[in-house]
Design a protein around this ligand. Structure first.
Ligand code: EPZ
Length: 420
């Protein structure tokens, strides 16, 4: 297995190009199940999760051809409808094929994703909504067996909780359903917005895009033609590098980024002392010498994203004073705390609230990544820790960050990928 070895740097300097968004790419690849043509997708990030989903679609009979900056996916040859445990266990977002396969073929079997490091992460809301649309769903031997032999019917769905992939799944199911589906309490993340925008531009009429109430006019099982599109920039990757600049007090410029998707993150970094110069597709961060303590509560978009919580915790260890970080979306998303504590961070936990007393002197040591965003938090801590920090189990990191160590090396970080 690989690990990352990081040594303290005085500062970073230069530009980082942001890759396509992992969490936009996954539903957009699943969306191709609704298409009658071979679809070209630009700007897919080179990360493990994307490869996993492309492999899943290939296993089902689709043709996927990945080149440097354009990927073609043709599902006209897709004949299988079972997403097996061996793939789903490595990437829970495989659940995103359930809605489109069920809508197109009238039946689908998907392994239950099981829990993951950050929490139980059930899919009950996905299943309840599909049942409202007429699906018959049974759970047997760890698999979801979904049937809708007469096709899915549009209806009014109200999500008890805001669910990102749940919204994406139902939008895709509704795209081929008969009649109109409304989704109330829909997720408004930019990744869901792009899915709706592309469907709307390719024959599926969707109103309310970007709001909590979506109205989808289904095609009644008629497959759609999807023109080439490019995936939006990854706002969480961008936020992670902004934290790298803030924690090392470096001026960095991010390119190919959309500042509009980072409102809450930029606002929190400003509260902590950073200043910004932005254009339509760049962000330059001008960090302050003194990092101020902050209060963070993770909530659904456009509020502060849970996927940035771990990175801000690493940053808060370098702030003057006490920061409070409340995690409201996942019940176990503090696995990075014990590793940061081993590096010398002063963090105490009380349920879903972390109290971070800064400024702590961090010391490099061997640390273990436990989930995707926790991994990046440990890298950030390593950039300012004395001595050498070795981050192990970085297969977690490789799921969602495209060439992280190369991008950091290019701006002066002392970070290398080594073999255990
Ligand atoms: C998406 O996960 C993202 N993943 C996650 O990013 C992100 O943390 C999360 O949204 C929240 O923003 C992808 O888009 C592939 P949810 P998702 O359904 O859709 C509960 C990363 O680091 N819930 O919005 O699985 C759930 O337990 C990953 O890139 C139910 O109870 O999250 C959670 O508490 C990590 N029942 C809350 O809702 C359901 O049926 C939000 O989950 C579905 C969700």
């Amino acid at each position: 297995m690989d690990y990352l070895q990081i040594k303290r740097v005085n500062s970073l300097n230069g530009n980082i190009k942001i890759s396509g968004a992992k969490n936009a790419s996954l539903p957009l690849i699943a969306m191709v199940i609704l298409a009658k043509n071979s679809v070209s997708i630009k700007n897919l990030p080179h990360v493990a999760d994307i490869n996993t989903l492309l492999k899943l679609l290939s296993n089902l009979g689709a043709k996927c051809n990945r080149e440097e900056d354009i990927t073609t996916v043709d599902t006209s040859t897709l004949t299988q409808t079972k997403a097996t445990y061996d793939i789903v266990k490595t990437m829970r977002a495989s659940i995103l094929v359930l809605g489109p396969i069920l809508a197109r073929f009238g039946h689908c079997e998907v392994s239950l994703p099981g829990g993951c490091a950050i929490g139980q992460r059930p899919v009950d809301l996905h299943l309840k909504a599909l049942e409202q649309m007429g699906a018959v769903i049974n759970i047997e031997a760890g698999y979801i067996h979904a049937m809708a032999p007469d096709g899915l019917k549009g209806c009014n769905i109200i999500f008890d909780k805001i669910t990102v992939t749940g919204t994406a799944n139902i939008v895709m199911a509704a795209a081929l359903a008969e009649g109109v589906t409304t989704i109330t309490n829909a997720a408004r993340e930019p990744e869901v917005v792009q899915l709706c925008e592309i469907l709307n531009a390719n024959g599926v009429k969707i109103d309310g895009i970007g709001t909590a109430v979506l109205t989808i006019q289904g095609t009644d099982k008629k497959l759609i033609h999807i023109d080439e599109f490019s995936v939006i920039p990854d706002r969480i990757e961008a936020g992670t590098y902004l934290c790298a600049a803030a924690i090392t007090r470096s001026e960095l410029t991010l390119t190919d980024v959309n500042p509009k998707h980072l409102g809450a993150v930029l606002s929190k970094l400003q509260e902590m002392g950073s200043k910004f110069t932005t254009t339509e597709d760049t962000i330059t961060i001008h960090p302050s010498d003194v990092i101020k303590a902050v209060k963070i509560v993770t909530q659904e978009y456009p509020a502060f994203p849970t996927d940035m919580q771990a990175q801000f915790m690493a940053l808060a260890t370098q702030a003057e004073g006490t920061s409070i970080i409340e995690e409201r979306l996942f019940e176990n998303r503090f696995m990075h705390v014990s590793e940061l504590q081993r590096m010398g961070a002063d963090i105490s936990l009380n349920g879903n609230v972390a109290t971070v007393n800064g400024k702590s002197k961090l010391s490099g040591t061997d640390v273990m990544a436990t989930d995707l965003r926790a991994s990046s938090a440990l890298v950030l801590a390593g950039l300012v820790a004395d001595g050498i920090t070795n981050v192990h189990r970085i297969y977690h990191l490789d799921r969602g960050y495209d060439s992280l160590e190369k991008k950091l090396q290019n701006v002066g970080a002392d970070i290398v990928r080594l073999k255990e």
